[in-house]
Design a protein. Structure first.
Length: 127
């Protein structure tokens, strides 16, 4: 509730300005998250997955090549296990990132910024 002088058409513009600011902020946040994912997180996950796969392959090769030595086979088993654990962690990290991006519905906000009349956008940026 406003107390004092009303400025006529300025009061009717304030909600529109807030919606525009919220839309711009949502777009900037979505761009930032997309850049972080594309530039840092997903390449890092791919690199770490590759390293985990190489450790797994090295463990398998070590297990096969040193089949006559119990100690070397045990070392190969450890490398196989560590490689599998690494792959599991990387797949989990990728899945968590995908779920988090879907949960915060950044794609929906960008759609509403581009077309505010789309379905479900009426209450997207209102408090």
């Amino acid at each position: 509730m406003c107390v004092g002088v009303q400025f006529g058409s300025i009061n009717s513009m304030i909600p529109q300005e807030q919606v525009a600011q919220a839309a711009a902020a949502a777009e900037e946040a979505a761009k930032f998250v997309a850049k972080v994912n594309d530039i840092i997180l997903f390449p890092l996950i791919a690199l770490m997955s590759g390293i985990a796969f190489l450790v797994f392959v090295y463990g398998g090769a070590e297990y096969i090549m040193h089949a006559d030595s119990d100690q070397a086979r045990a070392e190969g088993k450890k490398h196989i296990l560590y490689g599998l654990i690494g792959l599991l962690v990387m797949v989990s990290a990728f899945s968590i990132l995908q779920v988090a991006a879907g949960t915060f519905s950044l794609d929906d906000e960008l759609t509403c910024v581009e077309d505010p009349t789309a379905s479900g956008c009426a209450s997207m940026f209102t408090p």
